[in-house]
Design a binder for this molecule. Structure first.
Ligand code: NAD
Ligand code: UDP
Length: 344
Protein backbone atom coordinates (compact mmCIF):
# COMPACT_ATOMS: atom_id res chain seq x y z
CA UNK A 1 0.00 0.00 0.00
CA UNK A 2 1.31 3.46 -0.88
CA UNK A 3 1.24 5.55 2.25
CA UNK A 4 -0.53 8.90 2.20
CA UNK A 5 2.02 11.55 3.23
CA UNK A 6 -0.19 14.65 3.22
CA UNK A 7 -0.48 16.78 6.34
CA UNK A 8 -3.48 17.21 8.61
CA UNK A 9 -4.30 19.74 11.28
CA UNK A 10 -4.30 18.30 14.74
CA UNK A 11 -4.09 21.60 16.54
CA UNK A 12 -4.07 25.22 15.51
CA UNK A 13 -0.44 25.62 16.61
CA UNK A 14 1.00 22.71 14.69
CA UNK A 15 0.49 20.23 11.88
CA UNK A 16 1.55 16.66 12.33
CA UNK A 17 2.46 14.73 9.18
CA UNK A 18 0.34 11.66 8.59
CA UNK A 19 2.11 8.32 8.19
CA UNK A 20 5.56 9.77 8.66
CA UNK A 21 8.72 7.68 9.01
CA UNK A 22 10.20 8.61 12.39
CA UNK A 23 13.43 7.59 14.12
CA UNK A 24 13.36 7.67 17.92
CA UNK A 25 16.90 7.33 19.27
CA UNK A 26 16.75 6.16 22.88
CA UNK A 27 13.27 4.82 22.12
CA UNK A 28 13.51 1.84 24.48
CA UNK A 29 14.10 4.08 27.49
CA UNK A 30 11.55 5.55 29.88
CA UNK A 31 10.51 8.62 27.89
CA UNK A 32 11.32 7.12 24.48
CA UNK A 33 8.98 4.17 24.98
CA UNK A 34 6.06 6.50 25.72
CA UNK A 35 6.93 8.64 22.70
CA UNK A 36 7.11 5.55 20.44
CA UNK A 37 3.69 4.47 21.75
CA UNK A 38 2.11 7.85 20.97
CA UNK A 39 3.69 7.92 17.48
CA UNK A 40 2.51 4.40 16.65
CA UNK A 41 -0.97 5.31 17.93
CA UNK A 42 -0.87 8.28 15.52
CA UNK A 43 -0.22 5.81 12.64
CA UNK A 44 3.40 6.69 11.98
CA UNK A 45 6.17 4.20 11.19
CA UNK A 46 8.71 4.19 14.00
CA UNK A 47 12.31 3.01 14.02
CA UNK A 48 13.28 2.75 17.67
CA UNK A 49 17.08 2.89 17.93
CA UNK A 50 18.68 1.95 21.25
CA UNK A 51 21.87 0.43 22.67
CA UNK A 52 19.98 -0.80 25.79
CA UNK A 53 22.37 0.89 28.20
CA UNK A 54 19.49 1.98 30.42
CA UNK A 55 16.58 1.11 28.13
CA UNK A 56 15.02 -2.31 27.82
CA UNK A 57 13.32 -4.22 24.98
CA UNK A 58 10.38 -4.97 27.29
CA UNK A 59 9.58 -1.23 27.43
CA UNK A 60 8.47 -1.48 23.79
CA UNK A 61 7.29 -5.10 23.84
CA UNK A 62 3.68 -3.94 23.42
CA UNK A 63 4.61 -2.26 20.10
CA UNK A 64 6.27 -5.25 18.48
CA UNK A 65 2.97 -6.55 17.08
CA UNK A 66 2.67 -3.43 14.92
CA UNK A 67 4.14 -3.77 11.44
CA UNK A 68 4.90 -0.03 11.67
CA UNK A 69 7.30 -0.56 14.58
CA UNK A 70 10.93 -1.67 14.22
CA UNK A 71 13.38 -2.06 17.10
CA UNK A 72 17.01 -1.47 16.06
CA UNK A 73 19.82 -2.41 18.46
CA UNK A 74 22.34 0.31 17.68
CA UNK A 75 24.67 2.79 19.40
CA UNK A 76 24.32 6.35 18.07
CA UNK A 77 28.05 6.84 18.41
CA UNK A 78 28.08 4.98 15.07
CA UNK A 79 26.24 6.34 12.00
CA UNK A 80 22.63 5.14 11.71
CA UNK A 81 22.35 1.88 9.75
CA UNK A 82 21.66 2.39 6.03
CA UNK A 83 18.88 -0.21 6.34
CA UNK A 84 16.72 2.42 8.05
CA UNK A 85 14.77 4.02 5.18
CA UNK A 86 14.62 7.75 4.48
CA UNK A 87 12.95 9.36 7.46
CA UNK A 88 10.86 12.51 7.98
CA UNK A 89 11.72 13.16 11.60
CA UNK A 90 14.43 12.20 14.10
CA UNK A 91 13.92 12.48 17.85
CA UNK A 92 17.20 12.28 19.78
CA UNK A 93 16.51 11.01 23.28
CA UNK A 94 19.53 8.71 23.41
CA UNK A 95 21.51 9.42 26.58
CA UNK A 96 21.34 8.04 30.10
CA UNK A 97 19.36 10.56 32.18
CA UNK A 98 19.81 9.47 35.78
CA UNK A 99 22.95 10.78 37.55
CA UNK A 100 23.90 7.23 38.61
CA UNK A 101 23.83 6.01 35.02
CA UNK A 102 25.29 9.00 33.20
CA UNK A 103 28.20 9.01 35.68
CA UNK A 104 28.87 5.29 35.12
CA UNK A 105 31.01 6.09 32.02
CA UNK A 106 31.38 9.86 31.88
CA UNK A 107 33.44 9.91 28.69
CA UNK A 108 30.83 7.80 26.92
CA UNK A 109 28.08 10.16 28.11
CA UNK A 110 29.96 13.19 26.76
CA UNK A 111 30.54 11.40 23.45
CA UNK A 112 26.92 10.30 23.14
CA UNK A 113 25.86 13.94 23.54
CA UNK A 114 28.42 15.14 20.97
CA UNK A 115 29.45 12.48 18.45
CA UNK A 116 26.16 10.62 18.81
CA UNK A 117 24.14 13.78 18.20
CA UNK A 118 26.35 14.65 15.20
CA UNK A 119 25.74 11.21 13.66
CA UNK A 120 21.98 11.72 13.93
CA UNK A 121 22.22 15.28 12.57
CA UNK A 122 24.16 14.04 9.54
CA UNK A 123 21.44 11.53 8.84
CA UNK A 124 18.80 14.26 9.24
CA UNK A 125 20.69 16.33 6.64
CA UNK A 126 20.88 13.37 4.22
CA UNK A 127 17.14 12.75 4.61
CA UNK A 128 16.06 16.40 5.01
CA UNK A 129 14.35 15.33 8.23
CA UNK A 130 13.21 17.48 11.13
CA UNK A 131 15.48 17.07 14.13
CA UNK A 132 14.39 17.11 17.77
CA UNK A 133 16.93 17.27 20.60
CA UNK A 134 16.07 16.20 24.15
CA UNK A 135 17.94 18.72 26.26
CA UNK A 136 17.49 19.23 29.97
CA UNK A 137 16.93 21.64 32.83
CA UNK A 138 20.44 20.51 33.90
CA UNK A 139 21.85 23.00 31.40
CA UNK A 140 20.84 25.66 33.98
CA UNK A 141 23.06 23.90 36.55
CA UNK A 142 22.48 25.16 40.10
CA UNK A 143 20.34 28.11 38.97
CA UNK A 144 20.66 31.64 40.31
CA UNK A 145 17.46 32.65 38.50
CA UNK A 146 14.17 31.22 39.69
CA UNK A 147 12.01 30.04 38.01
CA UNK A 148 14.21 29.27 35.02
CA UNK A 149 13.39 31.03 31.77
CA UNK A 150 14.93 29.90 28.49
CA UNK A 151 17.10 33.00 28.28
CA UNK A 152 18.81 32.23 31.60
CA UNK A 153 22.31 31.01 30.69
CA UNK A 154 22.95 28.79 33.66
CA UNK A 155 25.44 28.14 36.44
CA UNK A 156 27.25 24.94 35.49
CA UNK A 157 30.48 23.39 36.76
CA UNK A 158 32.54 22.33 33.74
CA UNK A 159 34.64 19.77 35.64
CA UNK A 160 32.31 18.25 38.27
CA UNK A 161 30.71 14.80 38.41
CA UNK A 162 27.59 16.07 36.58
CA UNK A 163 29.56 17.93 33.87
CA UNK A 164 29.64 15.10 31.32
CA UNK A 165 25.86 15.35 31.17
CA UNK A 166 25.29 19.08 31.80
CA UNK A 167 28.04 20.27 29.48
CA UNK A 168 27.35 17.43 27.04
CA UNK A 169 23.77 18.61 26.73
CA UNK A 170 24.85 22.26 26.46
CA UNK A 171 27.26 21.36 23.65
CA UNK A 172 24.51 19.35 21.94
CA UNK A 173 22.26 22.44 21.95
CA UNK A 174 25.03 24.41 20.23
CA UNK A 175 25.72 21.65 17.72
CA UNK A 176 22.04 21.18 16.84
CA UNK A 177 21.57 24.93 16.41
CA UNK A 178 24.69 25.49 14.28
CA UNK A 179 24.38 22.30 12.23
CA UNK A 180 20.73 23.09 11.57
CA UNK A 181 21.56 26.62 10.41
CA UNK A 182 24.45 25.49 8.19
CA UNK A 183 22.41 22.71 6.55
CA UNK A 184 19.02 24.44 6.40
CA UNK A 185 17.39 21.91 8.72
CA UNK A 186 14.38 22.49 10.93
CA UNK A 187 15.57 21.74 14.45
CA UNK A 188 13.80 21.76 17.80
CA UNK A 189 15.29 21.72 21.29
CA UNK A 190 13.28 20.83 24.38
CA UNK A 191 14.60 21.47 27.87
CA UNK A 192 12.98 18.73 29.92
CA UNK A 193 12.39 19.21 33.65
CA UNK A 194 12.18 16.21 36.00
CA UNK A 195 9.68 13.76 34.57
CA UNK A 196 8.30 10.57 36.10
CA UNK A 197 5.81 7.82 35.34
CA UNK A 198 5.34 4.16 34.47
CA UNK A 199 8.28 2.30 32.86
CA UNK A 200 10.91 3.99 34.96
CA UNK A 201 13.36 1.26 35.87
CA UNK A 202 13.31 0.31 39.60
CA UNK A 203 17.10 0.78 39.59
CA UNK A 204 16.90 4.04 37.65
CA UNK A 205 18.21 5.92 40.69
CA UNK A 206 16.10 9.05 40.27
CA UNK A 207 14.12 10.30 43.20
CA UNK A 208 10.53 9.38 42.28
CA UNK A 209 11.30 5.77 41.34
CA UNK A 210 13.68 5.35 44.29
CA UNK A 211 11.12 6.59 46.82
CA UNK A 212 8.25 4.53 45.39
CA UNK A 213 10.29 1.33 45.20
CA UNK A 214 11.65 1.87 48.71
CA UNK A 215 8.17 2.60 50.08
CA UNK A 216 6.65 -0.48 48.45
CA UNK A 217 9.49 -2.74 49.60
CA UNK A 218 9.38 -1.35 53.14
CA UNK A 219 13.00 -0.17 52.80
CA UNK A 220 14.39 3.10 54.18
CA UNK A 221 13.57 6.21 52.13
CA UNK A 222 16.94 7.76 51.22
CA UNK A 223 16.83 11.55 51.25
CA UNK A 224 20.05 13.20 50.07
CA UNK A 225 21.00 16.37 51.94
CA UNK A 226 18.41 18.19 54.05
CA UNK A 227 15.58 17.35 51.66
CA UNK A 228 14.78 21.05 51.37
CA UNK A 229 16.06 21.18 47.78
CA UNK A 230 13.21 21.50 45.28
CA UNK A 231 12.23 19.94 41.97
CA UNK A 232 9.12 20.32 39.77
CA UNK A 233 7.79 16.97 38.59
CA UNK A 234 6.01 16.43 35.29
CA UNK A 235 3.99 13.34 34.40
CA UNK A 236 5.29 11.53 31.31
CA UNK A 237 2.05 11.79 29.27
CA UNK A 238 2.11 15.59 29.57
CA UNK A 239 5.74 15.70 28.48
CA UNK A 240 5.25 13.51 25.41
CA UNK A 241 2.32 15.67 24.28
CA UNK A 242 4.69 18.64 24.54
CA UNK A 243 7.33 16.79 22.46
CA UNK A 244 4.93 16.12 19.59
CA UNK A 245 3.60 19.67 19.62
CA UNK A 246 7.11 21.12 19.56
CA UNK A 247 8.37 18.81 16.81
CA UNK A 248 5.41 19.70 14.60
CA UNK A 249 4.92 23.37 15.51
CA UNK A 250 4.23 25.37 12.38
CA UNK A 251 5.41 28.64 13.89
CA UNK A 252 9.09 29.50 13.71
CA UNK A 253 10.50 28.37 17.04
CA UNK A 254 13.54 30.46 17.82
CA UNK A 255 15.55 28.51 20.36
CA UNK A 256 14.89 25.99 23.11
CA UNK A 257 11.57 25.51 24.92
CA UNK A 258 11.14 24.47 28.54
CA UNK A 259 8.69 21.63 29.04
CA UNK A 260 7.91 20.69 32.61
CA UNK A 261 5.44 21.11 35.42
CA UNK A 262 5.96 24.35 37.39
CA UNK A 263 4.46 22.81 40.52
CA UNK A 264 7.53 22.97 42.78
CA UNK A 265 7.96 20.63 45.74
CA UNK A 266 10.73 19.84 48.22
CA UNK A 267 12.24 16.37 48.31
CA UNK A 268 10.95 16.06 51.90
CA UNK A 269 7.40 16.80 50.76
CA UNK A 270 7.72 14.28 47.95
CA UNK A 271 8.87 11.58 50.39
CA UNK A 272 5.94 12.26 52.75
CA UNK A 273 3.45 12.23 49.88
CA UNK A 274 4.73 8.92 48.48
CA UNK A 275 4.81 7.30 51.94
CA UNK A 276 1.21 8.32 52.57
CA UNK A 277 -0.03 7.25 49.14
CA UNK A 278 1.75 3.89 49.29
CA UNK A 279 0.50 3.29 52.88
CA UNK A 280 4.11 2.53 53.78
CA UNK A 281 5.77 2.52 57.19
CA UNK A 282 9.28 2.89 55.73
CA UNK A 283 11.42 5.27 57.73
CA UNK A 284 13.23 8.26 56.26
CA UNK A 285 17.04 8.31 56.45
CA UNK A 286 19.29 11.19 55.41
CA UNK A 287 22.42 10.72 53.27
CA UNK A 288 25.00 13.31 52.13
CA UNK A 289 23.96 15.56 49.28
CA UNK A 290 25.77 14.63 46.03
CA UNK A 291 28.31 17.17 44.72
CA UNK A 292 26.77 19.95 42.56
CA UNK A 293 23.21 18.83 43.31
CA UNK A 294 21.02 21.81 42.25
CA UNK A 295 19.23 23.46 45.19
CA UNK A 296 16.05 24.35 43.34
CA UNK A 297 14.46 23.95 40.00
CA UNK A 298 11.21 25.14 38.48
CA UNK A 299 10.44 25.86 34.82
CA UNK A 300 8.98 29.05 33.47
CA UNK A 301 6.71 27.58 30.78
CA UNK A 302 5.41 30.83 29.25
CA UNK A 303 7.00 30.01 25.90
CA UNK A 304 5.46 26.52 25.76
CA UNK A 305 2.11 28.04 26.60
CA UNK A 306 2.21 30.78 23.96
CA UNK A 307 4.02 28.89 21.18
CA UNK A 308 2.53 25.42 21.62
CA UNK A 309 -0.60 26.09 23.68
CA UNK A 310 0.89 23.46 26.01
CA UNK A 311 0.60 23.21 29.75
CA UNK A 312 0.70 20.14 32.02
CA UNK A 313 -2.66 18.54 32.79
CA UNK A 314 -1.81 15.78 35.28
CA UNK A 315 -1.53 16.82 38.95
CA UNK A 316 1.29 15.24 40.98
CA UNK A 317 -1.16 13.22 43.09
CA UNK A 318 -2.71 11.58 40.00
CA UNK A 319 0.62 10.95 38.31
CA UNK A 320 2.10 9.43 41.45
CA UNK A 321 -0.94 7.24 41.88
CA UNK A 322 -0.51 5.85 38.32
CA UNK A 323 3.22 5.38 38.88
CA UNK A 324 2.74 3.58 42.20
CA UNK A 325 0.15 1.31 40.54
CA UNK A 326 2.69 0.50 37.82
CA UNK A 327 5.43 -0.42 40.31
CA UNK A 328 2.98 -2.47 42.40
CA UNK A 329 2.03 -4.40 39.28
CA UNK A 330 5.69 -4.98 38.43
CA UNK A 331 6.35 -6.25 41.95
CA UNK A 332 3.39 -8.63 41.83
CA UNK A 333 4.56 -10.04 38.50
CA UNK A 334 8.23 -10.25 39.44
CA UNK A 335 8.00 -13.81 40.74
CA UNK A 336 6.21 -15.00 37.60
CA UNK A 337 7.85 -13.02 34.82
CA UNK A 338 11.63 -12.81 34.63
CA UNK A 339 11.50 -10.04 31.99
CA UNK A 340 9.75 -7.46 34.13
CA UNK A 341 11.33 -4.44 35.72
CA UNK A 342 11.78 -5.85 39.22
CA UNK A 343 13.42 -9.00 37.91
CA UNK A 344 16.02 -7.39 35.64
P1 NAD B 1 16.48 6.61 29.97
O1 NAD B 1 17.82 6.34 30.51
O2 NAD B 1 15.34 5.76 30.41
O3 NAD B 1 16.50 6.59 28.38
C1 NAD B 1 17.64 6.86 27.60
C2 NAD B 1 17.68 5.83 26.47
O4 NAD B 1 18.80 6.10 25.62
C3 NAD B 1 17.86 4.40 27.00
O5 NAD B 1 16.97 3.55 26.33
C4 NAD B 1 19.32 4.08 26.65
O6 NAD B 1 19.54 2.71 26.50
C5 NAD B 1 19.49 4.88 25.37
N1 NAD B 1 20.89 5.22 25.07
C6 NAD B 1 21.81 5.77 25.89
N2 NAD B 1 22.97 5.96 25.24
C7 NAD B 1 22.77 5.53 23.97
C8 NAD B 1 23.60 5.44 22.82
N3 NAD B 1 24.87 5.84 22.85
N4 NAD B 1 23.07 4.92 21.68
C9 NAD B 1 21.78 4.49 21.64
N5 NAD B 1 20.95 4.54 22.71
C10 NAD B 1 21.44 5.06 23.86
O7 NAD B 1 16.17 8.15 30.28
P2 NAD B 1 14.88 9.03 29.97
O8 NAD B 1 14.40 9.58 31.24
O9 NAD B 1 13.94 8.29 29.11
O10 NAD B 1 15.55 10.23 29.16
C11 NAD B 1 15.46 10.32 27.74
C12 NAD B 1 16.11 11.62 27.28
O11 NAD B 1 15.47 12.73 27.91
C13 NAD B 1 17.59 11.72 27.62
O12 NAD B 1 18.28 12.32 26.54
C14 NAD B 1 17.63 12.63 28.83
O13 NAD B 1 18.82 13.37 28.89
C15 NAD B 1 16.43 13.53 28.58
N6 NAD B 1 15.89 14.07 29.84
C16 NAD B 1 15.10 13.30 30.64
C17 NAD B 1 14.61 13.83 31.83
C18 NAD B 1 13.67 13.06 32.73
O14 NAD B 1 13.26 13.61 33.78
N7 NAD B 1 13.26 11.84 32.42
C19 NAD B 1 14.95 15.13 32.21
C20 NAD B 1 15.80 15.86 31.39
C21 NAD B 1 16.25 15.32 30.18
N1 UDP C 1 17.40 12.37 45.67
C1 UDP C 1 17.17 11.92 46.97
N2 UDP C 1 17.09 10.58 47.17
C2 UDP C 1 17.19 9.66 46.17
C3 UDP C 1 17.42 10.13 44.85
C4 UDP C 1 17.52 11.50 44.64
O1 UDP C 1 17.04 12.71 47.90
O2 UDP C 1 17.09 8.45 46.45
C5 UDP C 1 17.47 13.83 45.46
C6 UDP C 1 18.65 14.29 44.63
O3 UDP C 1 19.79 14.52 45.45
C7 UDP C 1 18.10 15.57 44.03
C8 UDP C 1 16.61 15.27 43.83
O4 UDP C 1 16.32 14.19 44.70
O5 UDP C 1 18.25 16.63 44.93
C9 UDP C 1 16.29 14.88 42.40
O6 UDP C 1 17.20 13.85 42.02
P1 UDP C 1 17.09 13.08 40.64
O7 UDP C 1 18.29 12.19 40.54
O8 UDP C 1 15.75 12.47 40.50
O9 UDP C 1 17.15 14.22 39.54
P2 UDP C 1 18.11 15.48 39.29
O10 UDP C 1 19.04 15.66 40.45
O11 UDP C 1 18.85 15.15 38.06
O12 UDP C 1 17.16 16.61 39.19
Amino acid sequence: MVENRHFYNRHENYVEPSSAVIVVAGGAGFLGSHLCTQLIDSRHSVFCVDNFHTGRPQNVEHLKASERFTLVHHDINEPLPAAIPRCDQIYNLACPASPVHYQYDRVKTALTCSLGTLNLLKRAADDNARFFQASTSEIYGDPEVHPQTENYRGNVNTVGPRSCYDEGKRFAETLVTDFGAQHGLTTRIVRIFNTYGPRMHPDDGRVVSNFIVQALRGEDITIYGSGEQTRSFCFVDDLVEGFVRLMNANADIDGPINIGNPNETTVNQLAEQILAMAGSSSKIVYHPLPVDDPRRRKPDISRALTRLNWSPQVPLQDGLSRTIAYFLDEMRNSGRNQTNAFAS
